[in-house]
Design a protein around this ligand. Structure first.
Ligand code: ARG
Length: 255
């Protein structure tokens, strides 16, 4: 009896995942609320101020939702679980500073990029500021990011690359000198220096630049199109520029 119910439960679980489809844009509109997901530990893009989720990407997504006539519901979860959650229909859209890559594009549909940035070499000394300075050095980066991937594949001289579940942990590894360098996003690094007088590091060269976008499920073109329309509007009517200035004191849209 027990065995049979276990098998039945397993079968139901399999069916449930196989049957999970992304909600269509129509279904989202009918419901009135779009389910958004982000990591929530990526200052100043999406992070918690006390209990409140805030940041550039949070405000931008709220603006897009408003323009699409939708309310929002946020979920926060570890960075490397975000894109797979789309497939399982756990949320409708992910906005968490994902760079558009051919590999990710096989799994999800990206919207128009909402900012352009780059991966930067961060170290405690200005002797380490470029890819070639990483020869024989140890480097930290966040798990699942393009930063980790790049250093692993394109900087052959590196002695060791250590990955951390959060960006903050990767920074800590540098601050406590467990690694020689940290690779992260340049606006984020700039913000950390500005906001925290106790933190001092050197911002080196950009290893690569990337276009950052939000992602929806492969079969959700209509949602991507609606988002893109709202986004184009925000570029035109000045609302994008306002949010960008507020968070970065500059306009970080892609050229
Ligand atoms: N831009 C990098 C990437 O696409 C890092 C993104 C990290 N985002 C985050 N929420 N931790 O992989």
């Amino acid at each position: 009896m027990k065995r049979i119910s276990l098998i039945a439960a397993a079968a139901v679980a399999v069916l449930a995942t196989a049957g999970a489809h992304a909600r269509s844009f129509e279904a989202i509109q009918k419901d009135g609320t779009i389910r958004l997901a982000t990591e929530g530990y990526y200052t100043p893009f999406a992070y918690f101020e006390g209990k409140k989720l805030t940041g550039f990407e949070v405000e931008l997504a709220e603006l897009m939702a408003q323009k699409m006539g939708l309310k929002t519901e946020w979920k926060t979860i570890s960075f490397d679980a975000l894109l797979t959650g789309l497939k399982q229909d756990r949320w409708d859209l992910v906005i968490s500073s994902h760079g558009i890559t051919p590999e990710r594009e096989k799994a999800v549909t990206f919207t128009a990029p909402h900012y352009c940035s780059g991966a930067q070499v961060i170290a405690l000394t200005d002797a380490i500021k470029s890819a070639k300075d990483l020869t024989g050095k140890t480097v930290s980066a966040q798990t699942g990011t393009t930063y980790l991937d790049y250093v692993q594949k394109n900087v052959p001289g590196v002695q060791r690359v250590v990955n951390f579940p959060t960006n903050e942990a990767a920074l800590n590894a540098l601050m406590t000198k467990r690694v020689d360098a940290w690779v992260t996003e340049r606006f984020l690094a700039k913000e950390m220096l500005q906001k925290n007088s106790k933190i001092k590091f050197n911002q080196g060269e950009l290893l690569f630049v990337e276009r950052v976008a939000s992602a929806v499920s492969k079969d959700n073109q209509a949602l991507a199109a609606a988002w893109n329309k709202a986004f184009a509007e925000s570029l035109k009517d000045g609302s994008y520029a306002k949010i960008s200035q507020k968070w970065f004191q500059e306009d970080i849209r892609c050229p």
